[in-house]
Design a protein around this ligand. Structure first.
Ligand code: FMN
Length: 333
């Protein structure tokens, strides 16, 4: 389906949230599904795409992180590692001797090209010309991400097919090239970017069809929802994370760079208060240093990424959630 046929995008969510069941269910119910492949190896991307197709999803987006600044210096790595010792201790998790490397972008990008999804979406910066040309040559449509008018204009100049405007309300990492860039409310972003001549995809804090209708009325061509899908039984969300979402009240989220070295929004826990480390390695090295802790610890030391709408989560099966969102949007539009 061409992009114009979608009003709802199930957001890419790297880290195992976008299971095959979630992708297939969202696609079957009429959303543009996404596979957050930012932490996957080339082989895992190939497998995820094959599984989605075998399950019956034909059009979906594969999403990757654009690599940015060089990683930590030796001194930054040592200081950040040291600062995390009390955090591992507090959580009762053994401090590891080694920290896993992340897959390289080139390997991921080549696997994505080979798999030829209908859409390639990306975050954390611009896609270079050679990569854009390679996608074009294979008929893969491009979806860039922006958190300011300046970034959205660059994406428009690069000729992407649609731009995700990610407001500061959004769950997960801020999709800016700037690792600590200030965010903006979604409504202000939509207003500032209406003249760029590209389809805009609104993201951040949208939880129901009335929210979708509102942003469509503000000039968006589609809405991208992440947090709303975290409570679907098909999502790969950890039990502690689901419980925290179900218990969340309004104002339950905050922003931190302590987990990964990049600003990200999640349910407030130890990462957002005085227990968080002060010395933080640049992204993605801080992510590597904190990964074993977040994996083994309870909810206080997990990354519970979620947007400002977390308290309005509905634990519905994905097909029912998509059908409900589209129905509510039509009713409110
Ligand atoms: C758990 C989680 C993981 C995310 N991972 C990614 C990702 O891998 N790539 C990406 O472009 N955006 C990612 N995002 C951001 C979403 O694309 C989207 O901007 C955000 O979910 C919208 O805000 P909402 O969560 O309030 O709906 C993630 C969001 C969440 C909640």
């Amino acid at each position: 389906m061409p992009f114009q046929d979608y009003t709802l995008i199930q957001a890419p969510m790297a880290g195992g949230i976008n299971t095959t069941e979630l992708t297939v269910g969202a696609a079957r119910a009429g959303a543009l599904a996404s596979i957050g492949a930012g932490y996957l190896s080339g082989q895992a991307i190939e497998e995820a795409v094959r599984a989605a197709r075998d399950g019956g999803a034909d059009a979906f987006a594969v999403n990757l992180f654009i690599p940015g600044e060089p990683g930590a210096t030796e001194a930054q790595w040592r200081a950040a590692r040291e600062a995390l010792v009390p955090c591992y201790e507090a959580a009762g998790v053994d401090f590891p001797d080694t920290f896993a490397e992340l897959p390289g972008f080139d390997e991921q990008f080549d696997a994505m090209l080979e798999a030829r999804p209908a859409f390639f979406s990306f975050t954390f910066g611009r896609l270079d010309q050679a990569c854009r040309d390679a996608c074009r040559a294979r008929g893969i449509a491009l979806i860039g991400t922006a958190t300011s008018r300046a970034e959205a204009r660059q994406q428009a100049e690069d000729g992407v097919d649609a731009i995700v405007l990610q407001g500061e309300e959004a769950g997960g990492h801020r999709g800016s090239a700037e690792t600590r860039g200030a965010g903006q409310p979604l409504a202000a972003l939509l207003e500032a970017c209406g003249d760029l001549g590209r389809p805009l995809i609104a993201a951040g804090g949208l939880m129901d069809g009335a929210d979708m209708a509102r942003v469509l009325g503000q000039g968006a061509a589609a809405a991208q929802l992440g947090t709303a899908f975290l409570s679907c039984p098909e999502a790969g969300t950890a039990p502690a994370w689901r419980q925290a979402l179900a218990a969340a009240g309004p104002d339950a989220t905050a922003v931190t760079a302590a987990v990964s070295g990049r600003y990200a929004r999640g349910l407030a826990n130890a990462w957002m208060d005085e227990r968080a480390p002060r010395d933080i390695a640049p992204y993605p090295d801080q992510h590597r240093l904190t990964a074993p802790l977040r994996k083994a610890a309870g909810a206080e030391w997990k990354s519970l990424w979620a947007g400002t709408g977390a308290h309005r989560s509905r634990a519905l099966p994905v097909e029912e959630l998509v059908a409900t969102l589209l129905k509510e949007c039509r009713a409110a539009g």
